[in-house]
Design a protein around this ligand. Structure first.
Ligand code: MEV
Length: 308
């Protein structure tokens, strides 16, 4: 008997970094996925395709398997294969989708019947090892799917859209390390506690407003909020010249708004394209050497199945 699971990657629409410090953030699951196949083996082996080849994700993934084996008293003599459509270091949650898919596939293989909360808790074992003190928004969105408003310590709220929406995702071509960026932003918080508190409150407001605009299908209104959020993220040290240049380029191509997504420092930028200009915007980005794709939201969350 073998089992498989898939989990979507994600984009943080607004509120990243501040969410680690208690603010509300808005996130969407995207159609690109990580897939995990698990089957019994003579010993524990874990293997991943090129996208996740970095050792930084494999050892924590193994730790998730070992933790579950201890908790549910089974021997981890398993072969775990990870394949990903999501580039590592792109700010699109490849590590979170990997951890969620591993927990889901193992739960299915061992008939553990884990609910979504438990999947999230076990996936966080791997995420903490990679990122230090993550908020948990990534594993929540990769498990639940859809579009969520998230705040540490509260039940995520699903946001229903009046009609499907599209986000443009552009890879900056630079990898980033979430842990380093979280630490850098936390240092800004220590340097300017009162100012940071005000910005965190404003990030919560931006996220609530962005959820409303997205739900109503108001792409212009959503775009304005994205660009404003990017300016705030720049101030706290999450951006750099490359990302600022990419945001400026997207605005000059007629996008309604653009911002870095996830930890920043590299990774990806998201944008709301002008109606009817999606294809020409992507062609122009490709001409300038950027990888870009259009993501249609909402998409479903993690799922798993058995194979004979
Ligand atoms: C990473 O996708 C989002 C951050 O806010 C970190 C976190 O919330 O764990 C930068």
């Amino acid at each position: 008997m073998r089992s498989s699971a898939e989990a979507p990657c994600k984009a943080i629409i607004t509120g990243e970094h501040f969410v680690v410090h208690g603010a509300w953030a808005l996130a969407a699951a995207l159609g690109k996925k990580v897939r995990v196949d698990v089957e019994p083996s003579d010993r524990f082996r874990i293997h991943s395709d090129a996208h996740l080849a970095s050792r930084s994700a494999l050892a924590p993934a193994a730790r998730v398997v070992e933790t579950m084996a201890r908790e549910f008293s089974f021997r981890p003599n398993l072969r775990v294969d990870i394949s990903s459509e999501v580039p590592d270091g792109a700010g699109l949650g490849s590590s979170a989708s990997t951890m969620v898919a591993i927990v889901s596939a193992l739960s299915r293989l061992k008939s553990l019947g884990l609910g979504r909360r438990e999947v999230i808790d076990f996936a966080m074992v791997g995420e903490r090892e990679i990122h230090g003190h993550p908020s948990g928004i990534d594993v929540n969105i990769c498990t639940l799917g859809g579009v969520i408003l998230f705040k540490i310590g509260t039940k995520p709220k699903q946001v229903s859209l009046s009609r499907p929406a599209r986000l443009l995702v552009v890879h900056s071509g630079r990898k980033r390390k979430t842990r380093t960026l979280i630490d850098r932003v936390s240092a800004t918080r220590s340097d300017y506690p009162a100012l940071f508190g005000g910005l965190a409150q404003s990030a919560s407001d931006i996220s609530r407003l962005a959820a409303e605009r997205l739900a109503a299908g108001d792409s212009k209104g959503l775009g304005r909020l994205l660009t404003y959020n990017h300016a705030v993220l720049s101030f706290i040290g999450a951006s750099n010249d490359r990302l600022n240049g990419l945001v400026d380029l997207l605005l000059s191509l007629g996008c309604a708004g653009a911002k870095l997504t996830g930890a920043g420092g590299g990774g990806s930028v998201i944008a709301v394209t002008a109606e009817g200009k999606e294809k020409s915007t992507i062609s122009e980005l490709k001409r300038r050497g950027f990888e870009a794709f259009e993501a249609s939201i909402p998409v479903g969350g993690a799922r798993s199945w058995l194979r004979r």
